[in-house]
Ligand binder design. Structure first.
Ligand SMILES: Nc1ncnc2c1ncn2[C@@H]1O[C@H](COP(=O)(O)OP(=O)(O)O)[C@@H](O)[C@H]1O
Ligand SMILES: [Mg+2]
Length: 315
């Protein structure tokens, strides 16, 4: 059998210290070719540090990383040719026109003049800036500037895009437009890593995600798995006609129920784990001779799960 092609990104024990602060600890991250990969963590989690290391702008303190098979330290030049890195803040040349700016970056990448014009037109079209070709960059909206940032990292036709919070600070519509461009790029065969501090922003976009917190990986896998891994027992809101105290005592006595408390005029009952039979809530109360007048399951959004995870509130 031929050897498997290398993953787009593979890190092993990747660690970075700033003085005594461990911004990144022993990170093992794998991103496959063709992934639209979400890299998620709250502010200060270590996302930018990781992306800067992968982009060869920052050296790791320990551990290693390969991008499309190339070592980010030993073979940094090869890595640079294959990636397009869009930092969280990039300076824009306000007095340059869109086309001029992209042509300038094309020249930096030594794309021959004859080919450059075509390439620049292609990327402008791809990110939907055709109508703004001749506009001064300083006059573009924030959303348009983000698109220009994307166009810029596409000029040298990289295989892997490292995008550091490209949707932050955009209004919802501009955000959706950026996401649509990313989906198109994935269809064109690019591998994309996009970071965000908002899990729900990426849940419909990415096929896989990694969640980091304080420099450590706490989850990697499909988006849906986040809920399965971190959501503790299901929560039910219960209303009984009277005898609330007795109802709570009966519920607490059941092994499947982790707790029952009085909240907002109702009883909040939490099952011990995902496997516990939710029927036990109603059964306990009815058997105890209580009059059940309301029973409703709490729907926990993915974002709420994420916030609990990153606040360390799980289990
Ligand atoms: N140049 C630096 N010097 C010192 N500390 C830094 C530096 N850059 C980042 N940090 C710290 O490292 C941690 C991770 O930061 P960062 O990678 O920027 O996280 P994120 O991008 O997820 O918000 C934070 O605690 C941050 O304050
Ligand atoms: Mg950051």
């Amino acid at each position: 059998m031929p050897p498997l092609p290398p993953p787009a990104v593979q890190t092993s024990g990747l660690t970075r210290h700033y003085g005594s602060l461990a911004a990144l600890s022993q990170l093992d991250l794998t991103v496959q070719k063709g992934d639209l990969f979400g890299f998620i963590g709250s502010n200060g989690a270590g996302k930018t540090t990781t992306l800067r290391i992968l982009a060869t702008f920052l050296l790791p303190s320990a551990g290693s990383a390969r991008v499309l098979g190339y070592d980010i330290v030993e073979q940094a030049d090869n890595v640079r040719r294959l990636i397009g890195y869009m930092p969280d803040f990039f300076g824009v040349y306000r007095d340059m026109e869109v086309t001029e700016y992209l042509d300038f970056f094309g020249a930096c990448y030594k794309i021959p003049t004859a080919q450059r014009e075509r390439t620049v037109q292609d990327v402008i079209e791809l990110v939907g800036l055709s109508e703004k070709k001749g506009a001064l960059i300083g006059a573009l909206s924030r959303g348009m500037q983000q698109r220009l940032g994307l166009a810029r990292v596409l000029v040298h036709d990289p295989q892997l895009l490292l995008l550091d919070e490209p949707a932050s600070g955009l209004d919802p519509r501009a955000r959706i437009e950026v996401m649509a461009i990313l989906q198109e790029l994935q269809r064109l065969g690019k591998t994309i890593i996009i970071s965000s501090h908002i899990l729900s922003e990426l849940q419909n976009l990415c096929n896989r995600v990694a969640i980091i917190e304080k420099g450590k990986m706490i989850y990697t896998g499909p988006v849906q798995g986040v809920r399965d891994q971190f959501e503790a027992g299901r929560v039910f809101w219960v209303k009984v006609a009277d005898a609330h105290e007795r109802a709570m005592d009966l519920l607490r006595a059941r092994p499947e129920i982790a707790g029952a408390e009085w909240k907002d005029g109702r009883i909040r009952a939490v099952l011990r784990d995902r496997e516990a039979d939710p029927g036990c809530v109603a059964e306990t109360l009815v058997r105890g001779g209580l009059k059940l007048v309301g029973l409703e399951e709490e729907e926990l959004g993915l974002e709420e799960v994420f916030l609990r995870v990153t606040r360390g509130e799980t289990q």
